[in-house]
Structures are given as structure tokens and as C-alpha cells.
Design a protein around this ligand. Structure first.
Ligand code: ADP
Ligand code: MG
Length: 730
């Protein structure tokens, strides 16, 4: 076996679990140990400051500088008691990761010495000279000022020696340079719109909160094997590799016993996460070999997203301690499932939940139906945008692959709710509708069954499925910042709810009865958003056809899907809901297109290098070996027929190898030329489209021939760890 591959495979095989000391404490005791949560606020802040801060957190009341100073004092004391020496604003630039810049807690004391210092101003605002973050032209470098501002609704925490302060990141002009700023605005928008609608049913409702429960899928690969695969190292996915003879076809990995080395990793991952306040709950093996999942208990959306960003960071760090690399790429391996991040989304009021049925009263049931229908309206009206919100160069590999949601957004509702909506839509204005508490929602004629929403008939092929008390947005990519999807969804639903309330109000002004007014608008909307509702098999080919007929967005090219962000109805929606303006949307799209083409560009370069430095030399070496054998046979015997018999197989292989290497060498040349040509394009959208249409196809065609060679070339000579090694060693 080739030297490096042989070595890393052997080492990986011999690795034993890194055992994690069992904690003597219960999880409830160390949960939030490194978080400045209510308990610590209580301990480190005066009663007055505590009250003002809680009010700011819970009701969004502004904080004055003197209160901030008091908060900073308490926080600093806590952080120092915990051994922290530095602090950083922690923000989410448009790179899918997080960013930080650390400052020590020190100041001159004016007498030649130093004192520990941390002021309210430092807590509230920083100006990281972050001119290298993508900004899509919002900042030109000469006025590179962007600043980060504290988000008191997400608690500060400590990692190592650093106090981490969650912040928004905005330009000097106030335009957003991150995910959190528009996310918070979208949460405000849905709060306002949903509260107004909820008040139609219950005047006491003051607030609506959005919840998110994410499920994070990931792969683990032994670190040594990972290091021997330059494609994994540089692009996060394998650009080549023949399928392992055994894959996921036995379904023996899903929910199987967790391998010990992985179990120890998970144990530590959960401890570290719980200490940082992430409420980990569920863990299991996923469908593909070496694929796993973790899901916490759901939380308020903004906090849940911070926790997911933090969690991805913890995953990467803990994996390395256990000799693994954690892969968050949506499609690290061809031929087996990729990784997603299901976003379970729901709304609750300060008095109860909004997406849960059956309610206790007829009013609650009607409210439930209203929120379901208006969510569908938002998703229907902006289905193209929702797809754009989850689209990326990496997630594009996963969508539509018969293993993940198709690249068409639709919603699964299940039999009972579908039936209910049909009944409501079909009922006539003169038909009396009873909303009976005991029997759930009922229509006089025909009767419909009690509203018992089960989640047994869940449809795994739906990208946006209703699952009993929440919608599950399943198209989100494993490596993505959930905020992108949540911003689009929240704003779309906020817009639908705003329109709903407006139309109901018009009817009320005209003297219509409230229930009648609500039902009339609902009927209209159920009819309108009918095309988004699909309970069938989303993986099927018929659905592709059907979706087209229904007018749903069926585009699959990522750079063109991004156009949906600049449709008039999108811009109107974001501007009306005061979440983002046209300029911000345009800037963000520049970044999307740029990120897209750069990813393909890197993949194409890496593949080219590997072809020239690994694949062709290895294949040629094996070819030479075969040729030597042929030559020796010719020297050893003089019977032409015998020689032919002895060498025909090798000659055949030599020809095959030649066919593949020739194709690869020529295609790599062409690909390089194509890249040069496409790189000349100035317009970033056109460039991304050119990369998609003209460069990306080479990745597939070249790969095909490499994977053939992998089957032919003697195993000993092959330099790169194979799928069977990457996927089955743990
Ligand atoms: P499954 O894989 O069957 O979808 P999991 O248990 O893996 O289920 O994950 C379910 C996720 O949904 C968890 O993150 C959970 O906290 C979240 N969840 C449950 N109820 C709600 C709700 N009402 N709103 C938002 N998220 C929820
Ligand atoms: Mg799920």
C-alpha cells in the first residue's frame, strides 16, 4: 500500500477512544456554568440594574449608558472570578462562520501601572477594523468602519480565558453586515404582525415569540485519513472516490449502537455544550456510515441560532481532541446521504402556543387554523425566496438528490389538516360553522373529525412539513447559519399576517361579524396558497412536473436561484416589514455570487492539482508495471499465441488506463482554459453563472474517470484514502 495511505489507515485502525471522565455532577448542575445567565446576573448585579437589564432583555427596552456601565462592572467581576482575562464581541459576518477580536481587560492606571478595566461602552459597542469581511460593496475600504453592538437578548459566555459578547455587526451607515441584525428585525416584524392577529382572538396577548429547534447532522472522519485527502482538507468534500461496496444500503447505521470512539466524542460534546447553556437533548446515528445527529431542546429563535453557531464551533474543537474531523459540508461523499439542519419553527404567545391543536376553545381552534394558513401564504408567496435562503454551492449537491428535500419548496400538512382546510374552503358563507371546543373544529355539514393532530404520518420528503405543533424546514444545509432561512421565513409570514389582519379589519369596519370575516379571508387564502400544499412524495419525478404546472419555483442553478432576493415582491416585502432595504439585499447577493464562484473555483483547482499530482502519476506507474510484465513475457517466450494469451488481459488494462488518463489530462487542460476565460468576466452574477454552467460540469466528468481508475489501479499504489476507509473506520 502506498506509504502515507498505508500509515494513516493503520494508525486510524489502532486508535482507541479518548475516554471522557464521567462528571460527578448532574447535567442540571453544570448547565450554563460558563453563561452569564439570570442566576449570575442576580448575584453580580444590583437589584435595580438586574431589573433594568431583564426589562431590556424581555421587552426590548433601551439600556442607558449608566446601566450598561453597571452591567459591565458585574460582568467583568464574574468573568474575572471565572479566570477570564479578555473579552471579545462575537458576531456572525456573512461568511457562515463567526468572528471575534479579543481585547484584554486592561487599562493604564495613570501611574505607570495597569488596572483591570471593562466599561459599559466596551460592552455596548466596538469598532473592529473588519474591512476584510465580505460586505458586497456596502463599505468601501477607505471608510471601512463597521461596528459591533451588544445584543442583550443573547447572554454573554466564557470560552477559555475570554468573555464572549454576542453582537450585531453593522456598517457606519446602519446597514447590516451580518445575519443577526436582519434576523432581529425579522423577529420584531413577526412579533408585531402575529400579535395583531392573535389579538383578534384574545385581546390579552402582548407578544409573540418565534422558536427554533435545530437538528444538526454531521460526519466524523478520522483525522489522519482526513489529512491524507487534500480535497477534504481544502474544500470540505471529497471530489473523487469510488463508492464503497458496502454503503448505507443495509440501513444498519441509522439509529444503530453508537461506536465507542464516537460515543466518547458525543459525551464530551454534550458536556461542553451544556456548560455553555446549549440544551442538548437527542443524539443518534444517521443514515449514512459515520454520519450522526444532535438536537437540543428548542429555544427562542435568536438564542437558538447563536447556540447553533457556537455548537458548530464546539463540534470542530471537540472532534480534534478525539482524533476526528467533524464535517459539516452538505455533501462530503457522493453516493450516500448528505447532511442537513432541520429547522423546527414555531410561534408562541405570552399566553400560549399558536401552532398547536386542538385548542381548548373554538376561538383557539380558529386561531390555529389562521396561523397555519397564513404561514402557508407566506411560504407560497415567497417559495422561490425560501429556496434562495437555503441555497449555496454546497447545499446544492444535497437538494433534489432523492435523499433530501427536492429543490422545490412545498408544504406537507398531513391528512387531518388537509381535510380541515378543504372543508373550510368548500364551506359556503351561508353555511354555519361551529367551532366546538369539545369536538375540536367542526363544520355543520359535512362533519369533520375532532382536531387531533398527530405526527405519525410524517412525510420525510417534504421540505416544509407540519409536524403537530411546528413546521419543520428541512432544506437548510448542515453548514449554514440558520439565520438566513429564518430571516426569509419570519419576514414572509409577518407579511402574510399583516395582510390578513388588514383584510379582516376592512370587513369589520363594514360591519361583518368577526368569525365570518376571519373565515372569509381564510377561504380566500386557502384557495390562493393551494399550490404550495403537497402531501405526496417529494422525491418523485411526477412531482417535478406537477410543481411546474402549479407555478412553483423549480430552478436548480444556485446563482440563478439567488435572483429571487432581488425580485420586486421580495424587496417590497423586506422593505415593508423593515427588515432589509434594497441596497442591503443587493450587497448580500454580491456576496452570495462571489462566494459561490469562489467555491467552485477552489474545487476546480484542487481537482486539477490532484489529477496531475496523484491520479495520473499513479495510474501511469501502474500502467508501466503492466507494460513491464508484458515486455518480460515477450522476452521469456517465443510462442506468439502463448504470449498473446499471457498478456492480453494486461494489454487490455493498459488500454483502459490510457483511455481514462487521456480523458482526465485533456479535460483538466480544458477546465483550466475555461477558468481563465470565465475569470475575465467582471459582473459577479454572470461569473457565478458561468462557473455553474461551464466549470462545475468538469468536476463531475473528470471524477467519473478517476473513480474508474480507482477500481483498476492496484490498491497498494493508490495514494488517497478510499471511501471504505473514510467511512468505516471509527
Ligand atoms: P425528528 O428527527 O423526529 O424530527 P428530533 O427529536 O430529532 O425529531 O428533533 C425535534 C426537534 O424539534 C428538536 O430540536 C425539538 O426541540 C424541536 N421541537 C419540538 N417541539 C418544538 C416546537 N414546538 N417548536 C420548535 N421546535 C420544536
Ligand atoms: Mg426532524
Amino acid at each position: 500500500m502506498s506509504h502515507l495511505r498505508f500509515k494513516v489507515v493503520e494508525e486510524a485502525f489502532k486508535k482507541r477512544p479518548t475516554f471522557v471522565e464521567p462528571s460527578t455532577e448532574r447535567p442540571s448542575a453544570y448547565f450554563g456554568k460558563y453563561v452569564f445567565n439570570k442566576e449570575k446576573m442576580n448575584r453580580y448585579l444590583s437589584a435595580d440594574t438586574y431589573e433594568k437589564l431583564t426589562k431590556a432583555i424581555e421587552q426590548g427596552a433601551p439600556l442607558t449608558m449608566d446601566v450598561a456601565d453597571e452591567v459591565a462592572k458585574g460582568m467583568k467581576q464574574w468573568a474575572m472570578d471565572m479566570g477570564a482575562t479578555h473579552c471579545t464581541h462575537w458576531f456572525q459576518p456573512l461568511t457562515e462562520g463567526t468572528a471575534e477580536k479579543h481585547d484584554a481587560f486592561v487599562e493604564h492606571d495613570g501611574e505607570g501601572g495597569m488596572i483591570e478595566h471593562f466599561s459599559g461602552k466596551q460592552l455596548i459597542q466596538q469598532e473592529p477594523d473588519a474591512s476584510s469581511f465580505p460586505n458586497g460593496g456596502i463599505r468601501s475600504t477607505f471608510e471601512a468602519r463597521g461596528y459591533s453592538a451588544w445584543d442583550p437578548s443573547s447572554p454573554v459566555f466564557i470560552i477559555g480565558d475570554t468573555l464572549m459578547i454576542p453582537t450585531v455587526f453593522i456598517a457606519y451607515t446602519g446597514e447590516a453586515l451580518d445575519y443577526k441584525a436582519p434576523l432581529k428585525k425579522s423577529l420584531g416584524a413577526i412579533d408585531t404582525a402575529a400579535t395583531a392577529v392573535a389579538q383578534l382572538f384574545d385581546e390579552k396577548v402582548k407578544r409573540v415569540t418565534t422558536n427554533l429547534g435545530w437538528e444538526q447532522e454531521y460526519f466524523l472522519v478520522d483525522e489522519g485519513l482526513y489529512a491524507a485527502r487534500p480535497d477534504l482538507l481544502l474544500t470540505g468534500r471529497t471530489l473523487m472516490g469510488h463508492e464503497s461496496s458496502k454503503n448505507q444500503q443495509m440501513d444498519d447505521h441509522y439509529f444503530g449502537a453508537i461506536p465507542e470512539r464516537v460515543a466518547e466524542f458525543m459525551k464530551e460534546l454534550e458536556i461542553r455544550s451544556l456548560e455553555l447553556g446549549i440544551p442538548c437533548k437527542t443524539r443518534h446515528n444517521e443514515v449514512a456510515p459515520n454520519q450522526f445527529e444532535l438536537a437540543p431542546i428548542y429555544e427562542e429563535c435568536n438564542l437558538a441560532i447563536d447556540h447553533n453557531m457556537l455548537f458548530m464551533m464546539i463540534m470542530r474543537n471537540v472532534a480534534r481532541k478525539h482524533g476526528f474531523r467533524c464535517l459539516l459540508h452538505e455533501k462530503p461523499f457522493a453516493g450516500i446521504n448528505g447532511s442537513g439542519k432541520h429547522n423546527n419553527w414555531s410561534l408562541t404567545t405570552d399566553t400560549g402556543t399558536l401552532l398547536h391543536a386542538p385548542g381548548k376553545t373554538p376561538e383557539e381552534n380558529l386561531r390555529f387554523v389562521t396561523f397555519i394558513v397564513e404561514t402557508l401564504m407566506g411560504v407560497y408567496r415567497h417559495n422561490g425566496l425560501l429556496k434562495a435562503s437555503i441555497m449555496s454551492a454546497t447545499n446544492a449537491h444535497r437538494l433534489g438528490g432523492g435523499e433530501a428535500p427536492p429543490a422545490i419548496i412545498s408544504s406537507f400538512l398531513g391528512e387531518q389538516i388537509s381535510k380541515l382546510l378543504n372543508e373550510i374552503e368548500g364551506s359556503h358563507d351561508d353555511q354555519h360553522l361551529t367551532l366546538d371546543s369539545k369536538h375540536g373544529v367542526q363544520l355543520d355539514i359535512p362533519q369533520i373529525p375532532e382536531l387531533m393532530v398527530d405526527n405519525t404520518d410524517r412525510n420525510r420528503t417534504s421540505p416544509f412539513a407540519f409536524t403537530g405543533n411546528r413546521f419543520e424546514f428541512r432544506a437548510v444545509g448542515a453548514s449554514a447559519n440558520c439565520a438566513s432561512a429564518m430571516i426569509a421565513l419570519n419576514t414572509a409570514v409577518a407579511e402574510a399576517l399583516t395582510n390578513f389582519r388588514k383584510r379582516v379589519d376592512e370587513r369589520l369596519t363594514n360591519g361583518m361579524d368577526k368569525t365570518e370575516a376571519i373565515l372569509e379571508v381564510l377561504r380566500e387564502d386557502i384557495r390562493t396558497c393551494r399550490p404550495i400544499h403537497f402531501d405526496g412524495n417529494g422525491y418523485s419525478e411526477e412531482w417535478q412536473e406537477e410543481a411546474k404546472r402549479r407555478g412553483l419555483d423549480c430552478e436548480t442553478s444556485a446563482p440563478i436561484v439567488f435572483d429571487r432576493y432581488l425580485d420586486n415582491q421580495t424587496i417590497e416585502m423586506f422593505e415593508n416589514m423593515k427588515v432589509m432595504n434594497r441596497h442591503e439585499l443587493e450587497a448580500r447577493n454580491e456576496i452570495k455570487w462571489e462566494t459561490y464562484f469562489k467555491k467552485i473555483q477552489i474545487e476546480s483547482r484542487v481537482l486539477g492539482d490532484l489529477c496531475m499530482n496523484h491520479i495520473i502519476p499513479v495510474a501511469t506507474k501502474y500502467q508501466t508495471l503492466l507494460a513491464t510484465n508484458v515486455h518480460k513475457m515477450q522476452c521469456a517466450f517465443d510462442d506468439a499465441e502463448l504470449i498473446e494469451q499471457l498478456t492480453c488481459y494486461n494489454v487490455d488494462l493498459i488500454k483502459k488506463i490510457n483511455k481514462h488518463t487521456k480523458f482526465i489530462a485533456e479535460a483538466v487542460d480544458e477546465m483550466v482554459e475555461k477558468r481563465k476565460e470565465v475569470n475575465q468576466i467582471q459582473n459577479v452574477r454572470s461569473k457565478a453563472i458561468a462557473y455553474h454552467d461551464e466549470v462545475a460540469p468538469y468536476l463531475e466528468s473528470i471524477r467519473f474517470h478517476i473513480d474508474r481508475l480507482e477500481l483498476i489501479v492496484e490498491d497498494d499504489m493508490w495514494t488517497l484514502p478510499k471511501y471504505r476507509e473514510l467511512l468505516f473506520i471509527r
